[in-house]
Design a protein around this ligand. Structure first.
Ligand code: MV4
Length: 447
């Protein structure tokens, strides 16, 4: 096992990784920007290295500074966390070229899944159903019109290098396609540095259901069930739950087997997530995330498996400790992402935390780097805490969620806790009756 791991991230996820290392007797190195000198993960780390000024491109994205910090501290491995460099194939390759283990998948798998056209083609070849769409990228309007006629309108134009919804455009007919295609291509080139776009049949009311995978790259590969991540606004997930209230046991089994069969054939290593759209009883692959995800704790709550510990073991060359038949998914879990934002306008609300009291009790987990007196910096993502609750049934989980939200006190800054409280009593959420568009309308309606 590794002796020392450098955690190339910040906030709650850096703390999450630190905790897994600590339990395994692994020393940690926290790298941080000047803005994060007093962060909880930095305070708890065995060693710390300041890698630059607040702007992420000069610190958390500064590959030379991170590699220097790893060399100076004698770390054996680097965990990229999520966001920042976590899905940068060149970073993964560079880390290994410098003699450190990269705690994640192979650079080739990161690269493959980073190109959504290549990922979709790979998924199709591996027998995973994909959304009907163009055969690869569309070069010009002629090709796009031919593809759209075959797919049927409305179609969605997506960027090959995109993901997460940025730069998508809907076209309801040929005229709209002619108007949107050049805009989409131009946006793709300027946002992602690659102008390639592709078309898909636009599903109008899908759910977003993803499946958690763990593979050891030595033939061992399992899934840990699905997460329903349909509760999003502006392509930001707000609440996730597992199991999905939309799936029956047969559908769950079908989805799991599909994902496991495909990724085992690919020889996938480390934690990964296969994303599907689900509508009218059908699953369609859209993307794969080759990283640990923000919402991983709900899967840990129902599976009892420490996903970060498994990532560390796998990166150190150990085979998976589990077969699929060893996995029992038990009860229900929900995560609320708490942001330092005004709960009505979603404007960021950085500043000093003047009161802090986290909820506790049976079935309650809080993943957060907050503490009394901490100053939330204005430079980064506004996620400050994740409240995760577990219950034997979905109803018990919801009861516990309402109770835990009531206990949570974060003073001095605005947070999205009041919005979560309103959501936790909304009939559609309680009934599990929602798709990817539902929350957008809910947050726009005043309480
Ligand atoms: C779609 C779709 C409908 N049809 N693809 C948005 C994020 C990106 N990962 C995929 N997204 C979508 N792809 C087809 N063919 C609708 C969405 C979508 C969405 C997906 C998941 C969660 C929230 C969403 C919100 C709006 C649109």
């Amino acid at each position: 096992m590794f002796e020392k791991v450098l955690i190339a991230n910040r906030g709650e996820i850096a703390l999450r990784i630190h905790r897994a290392c600590r339990e395994m007797g692994i020393k940690t190195v926290a790298v941080h920007s000047t803005a994060d000198a007093y962060a909880m993960n930095v305070r708890l780390a065995d060693e710390t290295v300041c890698i630059g000024p607040p702007a992420a491109r000069d610190s958390y994205l500064n590959v030379a500074a991170i590699l220097s910090a790893a060399a100076i501290t004698g770390a054996d491995a680097i965990h990229p966390g999520l966001g920042f460099l976590a899905e940068d194939a060149d970073f993964a390759a560079t880390v290994e070229e410098h003699g450190f283990a990269f705690i994640g998948p192979s650079a080739e798998h990161i690269r493959l899944m980073g190109n959504k056209v290549a990922a979709k083609e790979a998924a199709r070849k591996l027998g995973i159903p994909t959304v009907p769409g163009s055969a690869g990228a569309v070069r010009d309007l002629g090709a796009a019109e031919t593809a759209a006629r075959a797919i049927g309108y409305p179609v969605l134009i997506k960027a090959a290098a995109g993901g997460g919804g940025r730069g998508m455009k809907v076209a309801h007919n040929a005229a709209e396609l002619a108007r949107m295609l050049p805009i989409a291509q131009h946006e793709a080139a300027s946002f992602f540095g690659c102008g390639e776009v592709y078309l898909e049949r636009h599903l109008e009311r899908p759910r977003h259901i993803e499946i958690q995978i763990l593979g050891d790259g030595q033939g061992g590969l399992i899934h840990l069930g699905e997460r329903d991540c349909s509760l999003q606004r502006s392509h930001q997930k707000m609440v996730e739950e597992t199991p999905s209230p939309a799936l029956n046991p047969e559908e769950r089994e079908r989805l799991g087997t599909l994902a496991v069969t495909a990724l085992r054939e690919l020889g996938y290593k480390s934690a990964g997530t296969v994303e599907f759209l689900y509508q009218d009883g059908e699953f369609f692959f859209i993307e794969m995330n080759t990283r640990l995800q923000v919402e991983h704790p709900i899967t840990e709550m129902i599976s009892g498996i420490d996903i970060v510990r498994e990532q560390l073991r796998i990166a150190a060359g150990a085979p998976l400790n589990y077969r699929q038949s060893d996995i029992t998914l038990c009860g229900h879990a929900i995560e609320c992402r708490i942001n330092a934002e005004n709960p009505d306008t979603f404007l960021p609300s950085p500043g000093r935390v003047t009161d802090y009291h986290a909820p506790g009790g049976l079935g309650v987990r809080v993943d957060s780097a907050l503490y009394h007196g901490y100053e939330v910096p204005p430079y980064y993502d506004s996620l400050i805490a994740k409240l995760i609750v577990h219950g034997k049934s979905r109803n018990e989980c919801l009861m516990r969620l309402r109770r835990a939200l009531e206990e949570y006190v974060i003073g001095g800054i605005e947070t999205t806790i009041p919005l979560h409280q309103r959501l936790a009593t909304a009939a559609e959420f309680i009934d599990g009756d929602y798709n990817v568009h539902w929350l957008e309308r809910f947050v726009r309606n005043p309480a």
